[in-house]
Write a protein that binds this ligand. Structure first.
Ligand code: MSP
Length: 659
């Protein structure tokens, strides 16, 4: 068993530009980080997981202008999509940073002033070819006669400006030494080699301010300049920890920092950023890991082709866990990969429904049938034979193997390893033929087999949790285990031993199988609708979620929104998010079911005059008919969900209509 000591684990995603809606690339990085963060939390490491958005720079300024908005209006609108997506994808970030927040702006300015004082930032002038979409000057040597950006192939613009520079060249030797001593500080190996040869080819000082745009953080004391968006962005990793204030967050987490990035932004993170950190006397990242890029059905993803994979849509169609599992399992982490929905559909049917789902189903069915749902006692394991021991040994080996795979960010290998155990569990059922034991009355032997299977499943649920958290919890509950699988702690990563008698509770199948023919028809219809939307045909649904269509006043008039008084708020049994609310509308009383339980205590609700959409079709929740829906604002601040009920003054009459 793995007895490794616990440690610190501060993990960051890149902060995403808000000039566009989130796509599979953003989802991929964040899901990968989420699985790693959950893994480390579960094994007892002091874990912190940060994500956020990059809101300054020309890209955002231009995107806002195009839409006739101010930059901050655009940011405020788009950030909602990211927050929502992380909720949908079950992302467990501890903090969410926006570069327009004061806590960030202050740090960037402090940072600039102190490096200026130290002499690592100086003022000069810069002329060169600039790529607006990439927000970067392209070195002369990399520019062809066509004057296109070598990365994105779009036209470069000639720019000249007074600029502040960071003395990157000064840190060349220190960087080489740092990486020579820590070959795993950049992963995978190919990226390490790429970065090393880039550093060795000679580093030039870096222009870190712009006078050509307004939408950025002003350089302190010289407000014609704004801080270069990449410097601004990189600093998020430390401003989110409250740097430079000496405090627990910074001291606890910075020493263990690991950055996850896409391969396109490795140099910013593995060259510029560590040099800057050296300049302020902070440790460089323990690791920068660059993952690969997704293509879609063999093609580069692009809006004009209409093939951008929408993670909201994937989660809605296939389920969050299936989508998470697929992106992490499909491609060796670090390599490029190709996304196809048919691949996703096949993995749901084979890995999730057939392998994992069946193992649980078969095991629980037998415990139900032969043991009246009661798990045979631990002592059964004392009679294990070599067949049983083989499964036990494999489970124990799986724990250790996955631990080291996760240490190397080899997420796909970790999943493969786990599925070897799941496969072995299914084979063990075929080999031991428990149904015969049941018939033959070999009770003792059947106890051993059922107990062995149950424990293999218990460990599988623990190990699957970081990747497919909801499914793991469902398995946990069906196995009859109390509490949360996430709380299963490293000490329970071992074979055998349960404290109390266990009764299993078989539930719904984990992953219903998808019918390939039906799936094919539906997919073709969706593709056709997307292409029609791309051609601008009316009636076709918008391909991206979270877009609001314009409506006329007549549409609004269809809503019957009224003032209602809450008379009673009753928790709904076995649904920890729901209240049954008894409302008085003046002309009638009615009941609605609402998911606000984690935000309000019953006594905070009773007597409140809220707004209710009254002409919504009735729906049943947990057997209770809900007639209407209350209105509330929803937000997420620093990773915390917030809800505020739309209400009117206490003395306002009930039943009043809202116009
Ligand atoms: N704002 C910068 C990062 C600043 S970090 C201090 C940025 N933002 S981004 O929104 O353009 O990209 C964020 C991440 O998405 C990058 O890591 C990038 O590699 C990743 N991806 C964008 N498209 C992708 C795919 N098609 N596939 C996988 N990841 C991709 O860069």
């Amino acid at each position: 068993m793995n007895e490794k000591k616990t440690g610190g684990f501060y993990l960051t995603t890149p902060i995403y530009y808000v000039n566009d809606v989130p796509h599979i690339g953003h989802a991929y990085t964040t899901i990968a980080c989420d699985a790693l963060a959950r893994w480390h939390r579960m094994r007892g490491d002091v874990t912190r997981f940060l994500t956020g958005v990059d809101e300054h720079g020309q890209k955002i300024e231009q995107a806002a202008e195009k839409r006739g908005m101010t930059p901050i209006q655009l940011c405020d609108e788009v950030v909602i999509n990211f927050r929502r997506l992380w909720k949908v994808l079950n992302i467990s970030n501890d903090d969410f940073i926006r570069t327009t927040e004061d806590r960030h702006i202050e740090v960037v300015q402090y940072f600039f002033s102190s490096l200026l004082k130290k002499g690592d930032i100086y003022k000069g002038s810069y002329e060169g070819w600039y790529c607006v979409p990439c927000e970067t000057y392209v070195p002369e040597g990399q520019i062809g006669d066509d004057h296109l950006c070598p990365d994105c192939k779009r036209p470069l613009t000639r720019m000249s400006e007074e600029s502040y520079f960071f003395r990157l060249s000064k840190y060349q030797d220190a960087l080489i030494k740092h990486y020579e001593e820590r070959p795993d500080a950049i992963m995978p190996r190919a990226r390490y080699n790429e970065v090393m040869s880039f550093i060795k080819s000679g580093l030039q000082d870096l222009s870190i301010s712009r006078t050509t745009l307004k939408w950025g953080i002003p350089v302190p004391g010289d407000e014609r300049h704004v801080v270069y968006v990449w410097l601004d962005a990189l600093i998020n990793y430390i401003s989110a920890l409250g740097y430079p204030k000496p405090g627990e967050l910074w001291e606890t987490h910075w020493p263990s920092v690991r950055h996850m990035v896409g391969k396109d932004i490795i140099r910013f993170h593995a060259v510029i950023w560590p040099a800057i950190l050296m300049a302020i006397g902070a440790n460089p990242p323990v690791r920068v890991f660059a993952h690969g890029w997704w293509t879609v059905e063999g093609d580069k993803m692009s809006k004009s082709k209409g093939n951008v994979v929408d993670p909201f849509e994937m989660a809605a169609l296939y389920g969050t866990d299936a989508f998470r599992y697929f992106v992490l399992r499909e491609v060796p982490f670090g390599n490029d990969g190709d996304f196809s929905e048919s691949g996703l559909m096949h993995r749901i049917n084979s890995d999730l429904a057939n392998d994992m789902g069946n193992l649980l189903n078969r095991t629980l069915q037998m415990i139900e049938k032969y043991r009246d749902s009661r798990l045979p006692a631990d002592s059964a394991l004392d009679r294990a034979n070599s067949l049983d021991d083989t499964l036990r040994d494999l489970a124990i080996k799986t724990l250790g193997d996955m631990d080291s795979e996760m240490d190397n960010f080899a997420l796909d290998s970790a999943l493969k390893t786990l599925w070897v155990l799941v496969g072995a569990g299914n084979k063990y059922i075929d080999d031991t033929e428990p149904w015969k034991l049941g018939r033959e009355g070999s009770g003792d032997r059947l106890d051993v087999v059922l107990r062995t299977l149950w424990d293999a499943l218990r460990l599988s649920a623990i190990l699957a949790y970081p990747f497919i958290p909801d499914t793991a919890q469902r398995i946990w509950q069906q196995l009859g285990l109390p509490g949360e699988v996430s709380g299963a702690g490293h000490q329970s990563w071992r074979w055998g031993k349960t404290d109390s008698p266990v009764t299993v509770k078989k539930g719904d199948v984990l992953f219903p199988r998808l019918d390939a023919a039906k799936w094919g028809e539906e997919k073709a219809a969706r593709d056709e609708a997307k292409q029609a939307a791309l051609r601008g045909e009316s009636g076709a649904p918008a391909p991206q979620a979270e877009k609001f269509a314009q409506i006329g006043i007549d549409d609004f008039k269809k809503l019957e929104i009224r003032v209602a008084k809450i008379e009673k708020a009753e928790p709904v049994d076995k649904a920890d998010k729901l209240y049954k609310l008894y409302l008085d509308l003046g002309f009638e009383k009615r009941v609605i079911v609402s998911g606000i339980r984690e935000f309000y205590k019953p006594e905070e609700l009773v007597g409140k005059k809220i707004l209710v959409l009254c002409n919504l079709k009735p729906a049943k929740f947990r057997g209770i008919e809900s007639r209407g829906m209350l209105l509330a604002a929803e937000a997420n601040e620093s990773g915390r969900d917030l809800i505020s009920l739309a209400a009117v003054d206490d003395d306002f009459p009930v039943g009043a209509l809202v116009h």
